[in-house]
Design a protein around this ligand. Structure first.
Ligand code: ADP
Length: 167
């Protein structure tokens, strides 16, 4: 049984992420999407929210599981006995960070290989931060996120913006 891990912040999940997850699910027997929460970033959504968005969005893909992890990706890979980490590459500027992460994981846990999938050209310039920005200003994010979660994201971020305006 081959197992791949798709790690990320997913703050929130976008169609670009979902494209990478679906493609990984066609290449491996099972895929675990793991929301990592040890990075220095201060996320807009809680781990529980991000986890719930992904669960809703991958419900139709039977070999995909969702998890959360606080710690090093290499340790999670060892824990799960993963064959591969699958990451998406959009533009050249992704490359340096991704390459550094792959090399670090390889030195900590060489049993898990990193595989890069090129972004779908439709989602090349799509990121969670773009989605957050559009949603905060009340514009429609449905072209960028799975339909199951669009309204929840919109309501949450738009509501937050209004609270700031009042506060
Ligand atoms: P991280 O904070 O670990 O970079 P992200 O949630 O930003 O987490 O991204 C998770 C993975 O998804 C990364 O491999 C990233 O390159 C990839 N990714 C993000 N957006 C897209 C996109 N639009 N198309 C393809 N891959 C993407």
């Amino acid at each position: 049984m081959s197992l791949a891990i798709c790690p990320g912040s997913f703050d929130p999940l976008t169609l670009g992420h979902l494209d990478i997850i679906s493609r990984a699910a066609r290449m491996f027997d099972s895929v675990v999407v793991v929301v990592m929460f040890n990075s220095g970033k201060s996320p807009a959504f809680t781990v529980e929210e991000r986890y719930a968005f992904i669960r809703k969005s991958v419900a139709g893909i039977p070999n995909v599981e969702v998890d959360t992890y606080e710690g090093l990706l290499a340790d999670y890979c060892a824990l799960r006995g993963a064959d591969a980490v699958v990451r998406g590459l959009r533009v050249m500027s992704d490359f340096e960070y991704e390459f550094q992460m792959a090399l670090t994981n390889n030195s900590l846990h060489p049993q898990t290989e990193t595989i890069f999938l090129p972004a779908n050209r439709e989602y090349m310039f799509l990121s969670s931060s773009v989605v957050r920005e559009i949603a905060r200003f009340g514009r429609d994010i449905s072209p960028f996120v799975p339909p199951e979660i669009a309204l929840d994201i919109q309501a949450r971020l738009c509501g937050k913006e209004k609270q700031h305006e009042r506060g």
